[in-house]
Design a protein around this ligand. Structure first.
Ligand code: KG4
Ligand code: ZN
Length: 345
């Protein structure tokens, strides 16, 4: 806003994301144009523990956040006076990790005299679709598949969401990570299963398709995970060699089958003809390929962010923050971490 309270035609948002194991900062112009996006990943540190260690994540965020934010400003070639608002993820996520980003954003907002905006991490993932698809406007359907969430969402308007279905147990990414660990692929499992599956036979092992019942748009992946563990256990008892690539391909196909089937069903139910993907698992090559095929045959428009915008980043937070800036949804200094923040009821 200018000094008369009018909206400017060029709005720059500095955004910060620290909900899990990526410390990220970005400068986004008018919600759709990335001027800089810096991501400092802690994957190498958490790898040796086989998963994210919350306290280690918080400590690493504290060490990195200053440099990451400074770099975002330098790369964007902007100064604090050019920034219109500071947006930050305030949930869902790891509480200690979120607090680092929130507190840093509060400090900047106070010191620079700029408004503070709290952003829901899942809303950020959905909004990543606007960055490379400048014409995209609500309404559309979005399948959000990340390490912590599996949601089918009707995006009714900017900031207005209807949850159509969600996982009743494990998130899709969680299932990828757990199965990867069981077959000895390491952490994070999703990208490693994606690669291994390319060398495997997706029809080698018949794993269950957790459709639950036909009425619901909810998901369930814990049964599939148990089926993979049982298969590994039985093979070991029978002294049979397990072909890791076949397990990866067959498991991945079972997940993708259910995700694609429910997504198409949701689009039909809600009468939506644009389908978008979001979250870390959205970078899965087989999911992208299968959904693309299905959308082509149903005449739906299919939209997906580049893989770097699917996994955690701050540009998506800046994009979501821009629409909150337009509707003047500002936070005050009491903004706190909400580890279980919901997108909608
Ligand atoms: O969105 P994200 O970066 O963090 C959360 O908000 O959770 O998602 C991380 C998840 C991890 O479970 C990771 O294994 C999964 O996304 N993932 C993938 C792929 N790349 C990342 N899963 C399947 N295939 C991939 N290519
Ligand atoms: Zn995420």
């Amino acid at each position: 806003m200018d000094t008369k309270g009018n909206m400017k035609d060029k709005v720059l948002i500095l955004s910060i994301e620290s909900s899990c194991d990526e410390t990220a900062a970005s400068v986004v112009e008018n919600g759709r144009n990335i001027l800089s996006s810096i991501i400092s990943s802690q994957i190498e540190i958490h790898k040796e523990f086989g998963g994210v260690v919350p306290e280690v994540a918080s400590r690493k965020h504290i060490e990195n956040i200053n440099d990451v934010v400074a770099e975002a400003l330098i790369k964007a070639n902007v100064e604090p006076k050019d920034i219109d608002a500071v947006a930050v993820t305030y949930g869902p996520g790891l509480v200690g990790a979120l607090l680092v980003g929130i507190n840093f954003a509060k400090g900047l907002s106070y010191a620079w005299g700029k408004p503070l905006i709290g952003v829901n991490h899942i809303e950020g993932h959905i909004n990543a679709n606007y960055i490379e698809n400048k014409e995209l406007q609500p309404p559309f359907l979005c399948l959000v598949v990340s390490g912590g969430h599996t949601h089918l969402i009707h995006v009714k308007d900017y900031g207005e969401y209807k949850i159509l279905g969600m996982t009743r147990d494990d998130a899709a990414g969680e299932a990828f990570d757990k199965v990867a660990r069981a077959i000895g692929l390491g952490y994070p499992g999703g990208p490693l299963i994606d690669i291994a599956a390319k060398a495997g036979n997706k029809d080698a092992i018949k794993f269950p398709r957790a459709i639950i019942d036909d009425e619901t748009l909810d998901f369930s992946f814990s049964g599939l995970k148990s089926a993979v563990l049982n298969y590994l256990h039985n093979s070991q008892q029978k002294n049979e060699t397990v072909k890791t690539e076949d397990v990866a391909a067959s498991f991945q196909e079972a997940v993708v089958d259910v995700l694609v089937m429910k997504t198409i069903k949701a689009a039909r139910q809600e009468n939506l003809s644009t389908i978008a993907l979001a979250g870390g698992v959205a970078s899965n090559s087989r999911l992208r390929e299968r959904l693309q095929e299905k959308c082509l045959s149903h005449n739906y428009i299919f939209i997906k962010p580049s893989p770097i915008l699917c996994t955690d980043n701050a540009a998506m937070i800046g994009c979501a923050g821009y629409y909150k800036y337009l509707s003047k949804e500002f936070a005050d200094s009491s903004l706190n971490a909400m580890p279980n923040l919901k997108l909608a009821n």
